[in-house]
Design a protein around this ligand. Sequence first.
Ligand code: G3P
Ligand code: CA
Length: 225
Amino acid sequence: MLKIAHRGAKGYEPENTLKAFQKALDLNADGIELDVHLSTDGHIIVMHDETIDKMTNGKGFVNAFSLSELKSFVIADQYEIPTLNEVFDLVDKKSFINIELKDAETVIAVTALIEKYISEKNWNYNHFIVSSFDWNALQEVYNLNKNIPLGVLTESAIDSALAFAEKVQARAIHPDYELLTPENTKQMQEKGFLVFPWTVNLKQDIQKIKSYNVDGIISDFPDKL
Ligand code: G3P
Ligand code: CA
């Protein structure tokens, strides 16, 4: 069962920072989950919320700033907002990276960056999985490059996620863990999909979800898995 660090190891370091991603590597996470938006000048920015208000000393929408403007803000008084390139270079194939598209504007840039790391830096498709609650965005990734592994995120319906996963030949389904049962887990696996539930943090929930034989768990505490 794969251990996937949610927003880096969010339980230990400020989420979606290079510090959190390094912590995930130090904890031997198999995968690192992160969230992306696009800056006004086309850089892929790693941040969960659509604004910088919660995490930085600034205010405003991520996609209203250029990269240099975003780099002038700080997280927890010391950390920069990272770009996706910076995370790739830090991780350097030591784990796979689950890129969650928070905004369909990111589709073309994320697809191009994955292709660049594969063609120029000796990465392979298994180093990536692109997920989103926005299934239209996943469909666009599929239309651009059918080799990129996709993860279908759902917080409401396993059945429709399963149907869409078949349509785009997804690698995995990423359900809210509270939707899972032993039966629907098996159903997704029998159709050929990995099952990566989120965000499982409490000991009793981890034990229950592991007993369903899921393929991986996304957690703020990858070492507890
Ligand atoms: O990708 C799983 C999980 O991260 C989705 O929820 O809000 O933490 O991005 P959120
Ligand atoms: Ca996420």
